[in-house]
Ligand binder design. Sequence first.
Ligand code: C2E
Ligand code: MG
Ligand code: MG
Length: 383
Amino acid sequence: MAPARPRVLVVDDDVTFGRSLGRHLERLGYASVFVETADEVRELVGRERFDIVLSDLHLRELDGVTLVRCLVDVTPTTRMILMTGDPSLESALEAIDVGVSGYLTKPLEPARLRSVLSKALQDQKAAKAARENLQLIARERLAAHQRTSRASDLEEAFASLFLVFQPIFGPDGTRYAHEALLRSTHSVLKRPDLFIDAAIEHGRLQELGRRIRAEAAVVLHAHPGERLFVNIHPNDLDDDELYDTRSPLASVADRCTLEITERAALRPGEALDTQLKQLRRMGFRLAIDDLGAGYGSLGSLAMVGPEVVKIDMSLVRDVHKDPRRQRLIRAITTLSREEGTQVVCEGIETEEERVAVTHLGANLLQGYLLGRPGAFPRQSKVA
Ligand code: C2E
Ligand code: MG
Ligand code: MG
């Protein structure tokens, strides 16, 4: 494709002169548009891009210098050339003062016209490149600022990290355990999903997993006889520290159930089998979280053979009104009983839901109806 011809807007109230100049420019390889008035110029430059504006110094309702001043803001990289049949030192100085690229006297001398046009074009290219460069620098600065502010947000979240605990009850109302849930005081990263995403983005997920497990271990050490469910990210399975028998959580592993969400894809294979075997050898129990959330397949059940499954709250919601949800939960509790797996129903918000899931065979219940996440209770009784 041939490169686009440089575009020149010719402005002159002498129509014959303007048209003839336009034709001459076309012969020199420029694309030219001719207008007679400053109003037409303003309208055109708002709609179209011109590399050069070649204007008479004395237009009917406006002088060329004022026109140049107006155009600088609208089209900052367009170069201006002024022409006059009545040259004076004063007008030449004024033209230089507003930063025009060239000053021509009429009648135009062809060689001088060519050289002024070519210089203006070079100026225009340089101005365009400089502007693009400035825009690039501004964009990079903004991106760098956003990166560092996100990094400092994450730092703040790490510095204020804490866990809250939501109780899990047996069907008779006795408390069985608590689930540990990640929090921070950061205005945005207080949400665990956002905190975790930010940690992944900044390569700090492993550090986050270790901090959560260490905090959970403190609680288990401080409360003998209590049980905790601790969420782990599937990538935590690749962290050696999880298998370190000297780690804070290892010595209380027999009171800890590790929840792995069904939302994330587990990679089946020997490595996974070895990891799960090692965790069980250390005393951990394994739970599949969010079963039925509609993300993964039931494959995670087969891969992990969990001690606990946690039915996602999307299946629990309004279960008493929905025979399909009832059949699904019944199928899961029946299968789990055969496998010796405990079933927790999550997100119970109403008495009707609690009654329904209990009838459908859930072993354990969790939800706002029974207890919201909060500080670990000082005095606690475990079933
Ligand atoms: P999850 O593990 O399924 O945790 C249950 C979520 O449901 C919690 O949200 C809890 O506050 C909320 N919830 C409990 N009962 C109800 C209820 O009755 N109604 C409703 N609408 N919600 C209820 P939270 O704490 O915002 O956690 C969201 C998710 O973030 C967790 O889902 C888990 O996947 C992840 N997460 C939380 N803490 C950790 C952590 O320490 N490590 C990892 N890897 N993930 C975590
Ligand atoms: Mg969970
Ligand atoms: Mg869940």
